[in-house]
Design a binder for this molecule. Structure first.
Ligand code: HDE
Length: 713
């Protein structure tokens, strides 16, 4: 690429020449803005009745200074509509972000299901995904510690299938009748409506310390899974055991898993807290921007399959939603993949109005008697009645099946269809009995519930097979890498330190944590000043001590696509270096932002004009995965700049790789940083690319955390 006096021209050209993914969506800002312009461009402004409006700035008044007239139907229509713009937010999972994509099945799935979207590899099934936090209201921050909802609507040719899962494979309660209690406890406290988006408060810990069945799910929430780096790098799970039915009517138990190609990564806690202030929309923005950049996130869908005859062969109950099936016992069989490749046009119409329900299933998939799932089957439709204002929410465009649907349901609030004919009942002879039922025996036949044999007494009781609440919580903790275990200790310590009532803190540590793992309990107890009884003799002996894929370390991506790097630049930055970095970023599909001291362009060593993508004060290091400090004749400037120094210190504290180009060991000393495998000091960017790639794939410089821990107090 020839040198150019104008660095910006160079950057545009190199982006065009580079081997980038399909960026037809383009990152060019003006084009993006064009895309979101109103679809009413070139149309006259009218009322909802179609009357053209001549003045949208002034209401109708009696004289220029007079009172406003009731007669002003234009004003009244506009204000009335505005007054009703909000609908009730979801009672849980209120804060979410959505995107469109498609699912593609792998060959061979007819071995266990007859669902056509899973067996016909020639079709791409459109999907809509909504990712959410559980606790906070619509306006809460994205990066709070919480489980993430991961709901997928598959618009199949045989009807909509909703897989309404979470990023943890287990839930807090075993029976749906406990769900409102759990939600009341975790939501903001009733007298203050505090805290927003957080579980670090008395009522949550009061409840979970009294309900041992929550121990396993709480452990997931307190681990790094509770603070994902972004929503492109979270796993999803169907949680409950479902069934799949093949064409011969044979049923098998399945657990759904979906795993990101991007690998799994988490925020460090300090970073999560800072982001909640510096960019409360961090996750929402990240997903939107990745899709706009053409960096489409991808997940592989898989199932753990258990033959019906093996139902009782585990030391936990398959119907218990607080249990996983360790992958050592039943591996995950991949059945397809999905990508998200289109942002919504309108948040309200799509993300807010989408209505998921675990009861939306298609032939080839069926339920089990998991008592949590059974309650969910009722709850979701019920909630839409008040949230979306009546039973016709399936007619809202985002909820509409892509296949035709016909029945005799009529009328009700917000009916969009104009049903014709007299026969809105069956049987009828007026319309030849149409629409007709389809026998299940036919190809693509009607839905038939799996004929499970039920034989029991009506009884309000939990099965004994649901009673081991601690073994799998222990398995989870013991399967984590040492740095992940440390984060769990830190998270329990932080959360419980916010609990005002000492007896709640003590109960959690002495009766829950001590029953899970003594090391964990002792460390948290020590941090909180609580003596912990040794309960090890109560521990149930289990054959499996570790399950490899519970640790996020088991999910290191193959590449670094979609990682974000900031390059700190000042006047007299070496333009040639920036060119090398940008060429590399295009090749690796990495997002690079050049950040100056202000938004004003900086001057390169040869006097070139370099436009900044942002300024260091406004785009803090917490937004990025790594920081590069460019070389040039600018060391004095960098040394004098407090913002840059803080930037680097914070990146170091958050275990991020930092590249000091121009071998700035003087600066490293001055900042008081301990050089480690993540502080890359070189003259030339090409000397660090391999190491930087390695560190970015592994996401953090974990050895630095251990190094900092090892320093004697
Ligand atoms: Fe939900 N849940 N839930 N839930 N849930 C809702 O439905 C409910 C449960 C999950 O992006 C609500 O439309 C009950 C488990 C997600 O729109 C509500 C029980 C799992 C979402 C509801 C559960 C989930 C919801 C609120 C226990 C993981 C967001 C608004 C019996 C497998 C969906 C709405 C979206 C939303 C009820 C337990 C996941 C009130 C009664 C277990 C991802 O109907």
């Amino acid at each position: 690429m020839p040198m150019s006096d104008n660095f910006d021209d160079y950057r545009k050209k190199s982006a065009l020449a580079g081997d980038t993914p399909d960026k037809s969506n383009t990152s060019d800002k003006s084009k993006q803005l064009d895309q979101v312009r109103s679809d009413a461009t070139n149309e006259a402004l009218t009322t909802n009745q179609g009357v053209k409006i001549s003045d949208n700035q002034n209401s109708l008044k009696a004289g220029v200074r007079g009172s406003t007239l009731l007669e002003d139907f234009i004003l009244r229509e506009k204000i009335t509509h505005f007054d009703h713009e909000r609908i009730p937010e979801r009672i849980v999972h209120a804060r979410g972000v959505g995107a469109h994509g498609f699912f593609q099945a792998y060959p061979g799935n007819e071995k266990f299901t007859k669902a056509s979207f899973l067996t016909d590899t020639s079709i791409q099934t459109p999907i809509f995904v909504r990712l959410s936090t559980v606790q906070g209201p619509r306006g809460s921050a994205d990066t709070v510690r919480d489980i993430r909802g991961f709901a997928i609507k598959f618009y199949t040719q045989e009807g909509n299938f909703d897989l309404v899962g979470n990023n943890a494979p287990v839930f807090f309660v075993q029976d749906g009748i406990k769900f409102p209690d759990f939600v009341h406890a975790v939501k903001p406290e009733p007298h203050t409506e505090i805290p927003t988006g957080a579980s670090a408060h008395d009522t949550f810990w009061d409840f979970v310390s009294l309900v041992p069945e929550s121990a396993h799910a709480v452990m997931w929430a307190m681990s790094d899974r509770g603070v994902p780096r972004n929503l492109r790098s979270i796993q999803g799970f169907g949680v409950h055991t479902f069934r799949m039915i093949d064409a011969d009517g044979k049923a098998r138990f399945v657990k759904f898993h979906w795993t990101p190609k991007q690998g799994l990564s988490a925020l460090v806690w300090d970073e999560a807290q800072k982001l909640a202030g510096k960019d409360p929309d961090f996750h929402r923005r990240d997903l939107y921007e990745a899709i706009e950049e053409g960096l489409y996130p991808e997940w592989e869908l898989g199932v753990q399959i258990v033959e019906e005859e093996d139902e009782m062969s585990f030391d936990f109950d398959l119907l218990d939603p607080t249990k996983i099936i360790p992958e050592e016992l039943v591996p995950v069989t991949p059945i397809g993949k999905f990508i998200l490749n289109r942002n919504v046009d309108n948040f309200f119409a799509e993300t807010e109005q989408i209505a998921f329900c675990p009861g939306h299933i298609v032939s080839g998939i069926d339920f089990t008697n998991d008592p949590l799932l059974q309650a969910r089957l009722f709850s979701y439709t019920d909630t839409q009645l008040s949230r979306l204002g009546g039973p016709n929410f399936h007619q809202i465009p985002i909820n509409k099946p892509v296949c035709p649907f016909h029945n005799h349901q009529r009328d009700a609030m917000h009916q969009h269809e104009i049903h014709k004919g007299q026969a809105s009942y069956q049987p009828n002879s007026i319309d030849d009995n149409w629409p007709l039922e389809t026998p299940p025996s036919e190809k693509n036949g009607g839905f038939e519930s799996y004929q499970e044999r039920i034989d029991g007494h009506k009884i309000r009781q939990r099965s004994d097979s649901f009673s081991d609440h601690f073994s799998q919580a222990r398995l989870y903790y013991q399967s984590l890498a040492p740095h992940e275990q440390k984060h769990v200790v830190d998270a329990y310590t932080f959360e419980l330190s916010k609990v005002q009532r000492p007896h709640i803190r003590e109960r959690e540590v002495k009766t829950i944590l001590a029953n899970i793992d003594m090391d964990l309990a002792k460390q948290v107890g020590q941090n909180l000043g609580i003596d912990v009884p040794n309960l090890e003799e109560n521990y149930k002996q289990t054959s499996l001590k570790k399950s490899e894929r519970l640790s996020m370390q088991a999910f290191i991506p193959d590449d670094i696509q979609g990682k974000k790097i900031s390059v700190l630049i000042h006047d007299k930055t070496n333009t040639e270096t920036l060119r090398t970095i940008i060429n590399w970023s295009i090749k690796e599909n990495v997002i690079v932002h050049l950040l100056g001291p202000t938004l004003a362009p900086v001057t390169g060593v040869g006097g070139e004009v370099i436009t900044c993508d942002g300024m260091q004060k406004a785009e803090p290091s917490v937004i990025y995965d790594a920081v590069i400090i460019a070389d040039g004749d600018n060391l004095n400037m960098v040394q004098a700049d407090g913002v840059t120094k803080h930037y680097l210190l914070e990146a170091y504290k958050h275990l991020k790789p930092i590249v000091f180009l121009g071998n700035k060991s003087e600066l490293v000393d001055q900042l008081g940083l301990m050089p480690d495998e993540g502080t890359l000091l070189q003259d030339d960017f090409s000397q660090v690319t391999e190491k930087l790639k390695y560190l970015l794939r592994h996401h953090r410089v974990w050895s630095r955390e251990a190094l900092m821990e090892a320093i004697p107090a």
